[in-house]
Structure formats: structure tokens, C-alpha cells
Design a protein around this ligand. Structure first.
Ligand code: AMP
Ligand code: ZN
Length: 114
């Protein structure tokens, strides 16, 4: 076990419901879903947040986006629409300091998110 929840899920030392894994990017179901579809898309590599991404991660970031697009298609929410978001730090509401995209859909999303 490491000191990072999502690194442990990547390493399969913690269980999760895995939606997809391409070896560099993992998608899991959120344990506390906020919408009918709530999937987290995260890199295998431990990166704290979108704020610590560098140009070296451009390909990985694109890979995360493409996986989110594919999952939205597979989950049947591509046409109805969905929300992709990533939280950064305390005021951003980030609770797990390992970069992840929330893919939320299957209901109408509100704004502001709170
Ligand atoms: P954030 O607050 O943006 O950092 O998002 C962290 C997300 O991880 C929250 O939506 C949690 O519900 C979710 N989460 C926490 N623990 C787990 C877990 N063991 N498996 C799946 N999702 C989790
Ligand atoms: Zn991590």
C-alpha cells in the first residue's frame, strides 16, 4: 500500500470497479456517484493535479480526454451530454491528490456546481 488511494487502485492493492485500463490511463466508477454515470479517469502515473501537469504530459492528458470520450460513447451519454471536470487543491474541492477527471452524465447538470 502506498499513501495514495488512486495509486493503490492502479496497483490493484485496493479494489475498485474498473471501467477501462489501457496501461497508462485507468477509468473507475466513483464510489459515491453524483450522477447516474460517474466515472473517474486517472493516469497510472502519480501526478498531484492538473496544476502540476507539464508539457511532458501533453500526450497523457490527451489520452485521458480520449478515454473519457470513449466511455461517454459506451455509457450512452454522448448525445445527451455530460460534464468533464477536474478539481485542484483545497478551494477547488479536491479530496484525492492524484489527478483525475470526473465524467458525469445521465442527468441534467446544474451551474454553479457549488
Ligand atoms: P475529488 O474530490 O475531486 O478529489 O474527487 C475524488 C473522488 O474520488 C470523489 O468523488 C470520491 O467519491 C471518489 N473516491 C474516493 N474513494 C474512492 C474509491 N475507493 N473508489 C472510487 N472512488 C473513490
Ligand atoms: Zn497517486
Amino acid at each position: 500500500m502506498s499513501d495514495c488511494l488512486f495509486c493503490d487502485i492502479v496497483a490493484r492493492t485496493l479494489p475498485a470497479t474498473i471501467v477501462h485500463d489501457d496501461g497508462a490511463v485507468l477509468a473507475i466508477r466513483d464510489i459515491n456517484p453524483q450522477a447516474p454515470v460517474h466515472v473517474l479517469v486517472l493516469p497510472h502515473e502519480h501526478i498531484e493535479s492538473a496544476a502540476t501537469l507539464t508539457a511532458a504530459h501533453d500526450g497523457l492528458w490527451a489520452q485521458m480526454l480520449h478515454m473519457a470520450q470513449a466511455i461517454a460513447r459506451d455509457e450512452g451519454i454522448e448525445q445527451s451530454g455530460y460534464r468533464l471536470l477536474t478539481s485542484i487543491g483545497r478551494d477547488g474541492g479536491q479530496t484525492v491528490p492524484h489527478l483525475h477527471l470526473h465524467l458525469l452524465g445521465g442527468r441534467h447538470m446544474m451551474w454553479p456546481p457549488g
